[in-house]
Every structure is written in C-alpha cells, then in structure tokens.
Design a protein around this ligand. Structure first.
Ligand SMILES: *[C@@H]1O[C@H](CO)[C@@H](O)[C@H](O)[C@H]1NC(C)=O
Length: 313
C-alpha cells in the first residue's frame, strides 16, 4: 500500500508559516506572546462582566459571549501552530484535522452571529432609547445568544460531513498552518465540486446576510442621528457604537477579502498571512478595542480589583 497513489492517507502534514528558518524562534515567541495576550485579555473581560453587576447589561453580556468565542476561536488553531513550530513535527491525524476544521468554522460562525446580535442591540439603544430596557429584556438576550449558537452549528456540520466523503491520496501536505477547508479541498483526489459549491453558498448566506443586517442596523443608527443632528447625539453614538464598528470592520474585512473576492493570484503565502490576521490578530485586538476608552470596563476593573484585594488607590 505504501507509496501507492490510491492509498488512503491517515494523517496530514501542516507546513505552517512561510518563515525563513532564522526567524522561526522570533516568530514563535511573538505568536506565543500574542496568544497569551488573547487568552488573558478575553479572560479578564469575561471575569469582569461576570463579577461586576454594573456590567450586567445586554451589550456586555453579548461582549462576554464574544470574548468566549474569541478565546475558543484562537485556541483552535494557535496552540497547534505553536506546537508545530516548536517540535518540527508537522503531522496531524486525519480525525484531528477534521475536528479542527469543525471547531474553526463553529467559532467563526458564532462570532459572526454574535456581531449581528450586538449590532441589533446598538440599533435599539440608539433608535429607541426609551424602550431599550423593555425591548432588550434578559429573555430576548438569552434567546438571541441561544439562536446564535444553534445557527452556528449548521455550517461546520455540513462542511465536515462533506469533507469526510472525500478521499485523499498521495499528497498530504497542507500549505497552511491549520486545516482550512480550501487548503484541504486542494489536496483531495475526489471530485470537490459539490464541496466548493457549498463553501461558496454557505459563505454567501452565512456571511453576507449577517453583514447586510449589520449594515442595515448602522443605516438605522445613522439616519436616526441625522434626523436630530446634535453634537451630543453624535458623540453618544460614537462612544457606544465605535468599538463594535471597529470589530465588525476587522472581522468582515479580512474574511470577505480572503474568501469571497475571487482572485487569481492568491499565493499560499498570501492566504496564510490573511489567515493570521483573523485567527491571531482579530481575537487579540477585540478586548482592547472594547476596553480602551471604555469607562464602564475601566470602572469595573477598578471595583473588582478593589473588592478582591482590599487594596484601593
Ligand atoms: C452569554 O450570554 C448569556 C445570555 O445573555 C449570559 O447569561 C452569559 O453570562 C453570557 N456569557 C458567557 C461567557 O457565556
């Protein structure tokens, strides 16, 4: 069987990042530091929101879910990347590869839907400020979070089942640092047209529709500000929506740029760098985008540290 073109392979080799050997150590330390910052930053956000009762509002409950999703999203790929860089053993078993793909798509979708729920929350807060607490009840909040989770299970399930049907023959070298759908499809020796169709279809349905919903919410927000233009109204909108808008731009900018814009000269190296953006950089930046210049989070940090250590400045 070994060496035969038709032998079914049991493991893949992840080539990792296209880095010169002399920069391997530097990059390892850099990614390790970025991963630790991601875990710590998101963990602190979650703990603060749980501990501080001032942050028990819909916006922050969604934010804590987003942080949880970010934490899981980068934990699906980065530890494996670090292990590959450190051990020089690039192999990943077939089942582990599909599992990684499943969770990658799962947490990516979850993040996507949570951003829509957060946009709706901002829309209600700006356009119906007087009815905000009655519209965004804890019940609706919980329903939206559960809906996000339920919807997020479909894309990964479909992609994983479709991927499991494919046969992989001689070539098992993935030119990427994780088991990405498109990288795997390139290796398969079966017909991948059905898979490609669903990747594009699901991509459009599950990314473009949420993106349009977010755009609609912001159109509503902008038009409600323009109806009664006041310096104070604009400042309020900026301070409550600015963070969300930055996170949204970062998330959709990279994903739409990579997957949905058909390009002819997408070299593997180019794709890997874009993928680094949304697997490592975006989850790391989200907690900072939300906490810098945010008085609620800073206040909560002060209160929680105070209460836990009996040490107040
Ligand atoms: C997520 O949202 C739910 C419902 O609003 C909330 O109960 C929960 O504390 C949030 N946070 C996390 C980390 O799941």
């Amino acid at each position: 069987m070994a060496g035969s073109n038709q032998s079914v392979i049991s493991e893949f080799l992840l080539l990792g990042l296209p880095i010169q050997p002399e920069y391997q150590n530097l990059c390892y330390v850099l990614f390790l530091a970025m991963y630790l910052i991601t875990v710590l930053g998101n963990f602190i956000i979650i703990i603060l929101i749980i501990l501080d009762s001032h942050l028990h509002t819909p916006m922050y409950l969604f934010l804590s879910n987003l942080s949880f999703s970010d934490l899981c999203f980068s934990s699906v790929t980065v530890p494996k990347l670090l292990q590959i860089m450190n051990s020089q053993d690039p192999s990943i078993p077939y089942a582990a590869c599909l599992t990684q793909m499943y969770f990658f798509v799962l947490f990516g979708s979850l993040e996507n839907f949570l951003l829509v729920a957060m946009a709706y929350d901002r829309y209600v807060a700006i356009c119906f400020p007087l009815h905000y607490t009655s519209i965004m009840s804890p019940m609706l909040c919980l329903c939206l979070v559960v809906l996000c989770w339920v919807l997020s299970t479909f894309p990964p399930l479909l992609h994983t089942l479709l991927m499991a049907r494919l046969t992989f023959c001689a070539d098992n070298v993935i030119h990427h640092f994780f088991c990405d759908i498109s990288a795997l499809l390139k290796l398969s020796c079966s017909d991948t047209s059905v898979n490609e169709f669903w990747v594009v279809f699901i991509g459009y349905i599950f990314l473009v529709i949420p993106f349009l919903l977010i755009t609609l919410s912001y159109a509503g927000i902008v038009s409600s500000i323009l109806k009664v233009p006041s310096a104070q109204g604009i400042r309020k909108a900026f301070s409550t929506c600015g963070s969300h808008l930055s996170v949204v731009s970062l998330f959709y900018g990279t994903i739409i740029g990579l997957y949905l814009v058909p390009s002819t000269d997408n070299s593997p190296a180019n794709e890997t760098v874009t993928a680094m953006m949304y697997t490592v950089v975006t989850p790391m930046l989200n907690p900072f985008i939300y906490s810098l210049r945010n008085r609620d989070i800073k206040g909560a940090l002060g209160r929680v540290v105070c209460k836990k250590t009996f040490f107040c400045l």
